[in-house]
Design a protein around this ligand. Sequence first.
Ligand code: B12
Ligand code: SF4
Length: 443
Amino acid sequence: MARVLCINPWIVDFAAYSLWVEPLGLLTVAGVLRQAGHKVALVDCLDRHHPDAPAPRAPRDRYGCGPFLKVELSKPPVLAPVRRHWGRYGLPVEVFDAELAAQGKPDAVLVTSMMTYWYPGPFEAIRRVKGRWPDVPVALGGVYATLCADHARVLSAAAAVLPGTDELQALRWVNEVTGESRGLLCPPSDVFPAHDLRRPQGYVAVQTARGCPFRCPYCAVHQLCPSGFAPRPPERVAGEIAWCVQHLGATDVAFYDDALLFNAAQHIYPILDGLIERGLQVRFHTPNGVHARFIDRELAVRMRQAGFVTLRLGLETVDPDETLRDGGKVDEPSFAHAVEALFAAGFSAREVAAYVLIARPGQSVETARATVQFAHRLGVPVRSAQFSPVPGTAEFRVAVMAGHIAPDADPLLHNNSLYPCADAAAWEEFKQEIHEGNHALSG
Ligand code: B12
Ligand code: SF4
């Protein structure tokens, strides 16, 4: 049995707030390794409840969300022109080092990565691990490692960069570097993510399916999950949630799905029925946005019954040209119909919000304003989602052609806070307008 240490690294950014952050991918891999018989431990740099470094609390925190501790860092040259503070969010490095020391020397280390522009977090974790245990092999995986594999291979200092979503790849690598030959007796999708490795945060993140049937030009999901929409058996999803409620005391569950409501009759309905039957005292949240076109009265009522309290609806745009370019996943009538159904089912404007994508290449503030005004007319607050050019997507190529970003740009420049493809001042002003519109709704 090999001892495998999994590391969820820091976020390094201009701002960070935990919207039910969980290293779900890493915990999924950890669950598989454990099931195969390896001994698995976790160091979680984003643990907001670490006894030696509790995160600050803010009055607006709800449902387990909240800020992280932050240490300001000097900006790398590529970010020098940005007049904002950049920093490392999560555990202080001394606490991280003490965690490593307490774990003892492992046989292999796995580090995960999330946003492409957060790569300095995993790099720092790898650097510290290698400084302590130079002969322990370290593998890097996750979203950044998949989307920017070559960058990671050259610069991360990991012994292996393992892109993709095949957990068995991680198992094969651990076997190889430790000389073991452990296998799984069931398909990896039957294994629950190892949520229990994390100190309970009051919430967990769950994915009911991988992938998405749509193909929006700005989204990397098809690179991350190339085999398309792959649902998990509803009974297993409900079982995983029930387990987390009973064993970890979770009161809040965030869905990390790309297409939670797709194929509703076969997928979300049986999951909701399973949850309702179990009578769980838990609230559900969709920080990643759901498809409004799939919501009707019946589904809205069922979601309410099951305990959904935070619903983010993807609206993106009502501009006909942009909607067409994006594949037409939502239009004004279907969005209005969804909102009406949700309000009729008892959801309030505090619980529902529309994601509107802003600062895309070539997008005008006027078209975005029309989208925001449409949502506001329906009584729905708006959360702006600033565009991040994600390598490998069609919109990334548009951004390159328009000269907004170099094809091989440092991934730090993918950061949506930088407005990589637009005039930051104009969009910041517009965000203020959105804020005032939201405020007028709540007043
Ligand atoms: C949930 C989610 C969020 C959550 C938070 C996630 C978090 N933990 O921080 C929320 C809703 C807050 C969020 C916000 C945003 N997100 Co987001 N998000 C996702 C989403 C849907 C799922 C990620 C996930 O957890 N998947 C589930 C797990 C199981 O998969 P996984 O992590 O990839 O892990 C698998 C493999 O990678 C691998 N693996 C993982 N770790 C390791 C380690 C090793 C060693 C190995 C071998 C393997 C391995 O095995 C796992 C199992 O198969 C992805 C899309 C996607 N489908 O991946 C987008 C995605 C990551 N987000 C994206 C974007 C654009 C954003 C936003 C910028 C949107 C916006 N405009 O506002 C914001 C930015 C937030 C910020 N502060 O900067 C982009 C990436 C952008 C980028 N440049 O990197 C993605 C890819 C979606 C897209 N549009 O293409 N997001
Ligand atoms: S619907 Fe969402 S997850 Fe699916 S391709 Fe479009 S942006 Fe990506």
